[in-house]
Design a binder for this molecule. Structure first.
Ligand SMILES: [Fe+2]
Ligand SMILES: [Fe+2]
Length: 258
């Protein structure tokens, strides 16, 4: 069946992450105040979305939506996201304190059909399953020598990180399995954290992407020039990896599929 017959014409899937909205909350990231890219970023992003995204399109927001500590403090931030064009799917970031993973059903009750909160579930786009979870990556602290080379790291923190990675891998596998059980064979995988730490070339997350044949892996979380190359970019072992943190993308959502 052709794309026209299937009604897929003029439809696109976009992604971006790390809006870090703070309409009601005190801003906690100091860099966000000073780096030029963050100046009026809400306005820049809204305008870009209005230019690019139409009502039939889908926008996946991969975490760190709001600085608000609870739902009350996020009300205006979530309203801002609601008012963006297209269908909106949200995944969790490390700063999304308003979103307890175990209470995702409640969030969906409150916000559907405007917003879909994806956790231990999947959504579909055309014949693709959109699967995902927050992920986790060991981020140090690392010990650095005078030349800036890594000479070691905090092993206690690394052991703790491994536990969090394990839990996130289980959640991700569940997302893939639910989609697979419903007959999905094509996958796009979304993480908030990068799929690999700066010490790794592969990880449980890249392994799962390969095991299930995810065509693309989308991640965010890395802010500022220094962090943009922390993980994988582009074609790698049969899949394509994209960093979509808002400041990296200069607030322009990335078109993933059309
Ligand atoms: Fe972030
Ligand atoms: Fe983050």
């Amino acid at each position: 069946m052709s794309r026209i017959e299937e009604g897929y014409l003029n439809m696109a899937l976009y992604a971006i992450g790390d809006l870090h909205l703070h309409y009601q909350s005190i801003l906690k990231a100091p860099g966000q105040l000073h780096e030029r890219v963050w100046k009026n970023h809400e306005e820049k992003f809204r305008k870009n979305c209005e230019k690019l995204i139409s009502a039939d399109d889908t926008l996946v927001l991969v975490g760190d939506h709001s600085w608000g500590k609870n739902l009350t403090e996020c009300e205006l931030d979530l309203q801002y996201i609601r008012d963006l064009p297209g269908r909106k799917i949200l995944t969790r970031g490390n700063h999304d304190m308003f979103w307890d993973a175990k209470k995702t059903a409640h969030l969906n009750e409150l916000f559907q059909p405007d917003l879909t909160f994806l956790q231990d579930s999947y959504e579909t786009y055309q014949d693709y399953a959109l699967v995902g979870t927050k992920g986790f990556t060991f981020e140090g602290p690392f010990y650095i020598d005078r030349r800036g080379r890594i000479t070691g790291w905090n092993e206690e923190d690394e052991a703790h990180a491994k536990k969090l990675v394990e839990r996130e891998l289980q959640r991700l596998r569940k997302s893939f399995e639910l989609a697979k059980a419903d007959g999905c064979r094509k996958f796009i995988m979304f993480l908030h954290y990068p799929p690999t730490s700066i010490l790794e070339e592969r990880s449980g997350f890249t392994d799962l992407a390969e095991e299930y044949g995810a065509e693309q892996v989308i991640y965010a979380h890395c802010h500022g020039e220094r962090r943009f190359n922390d993980s994988i970019h582009g074609a790698y072992r049969g899949r394509t990896y994209h960093l979509v943190s808002g400041d990296y993308r200069r607030w322009k959502p990335l078109k993933i599929l059309e």
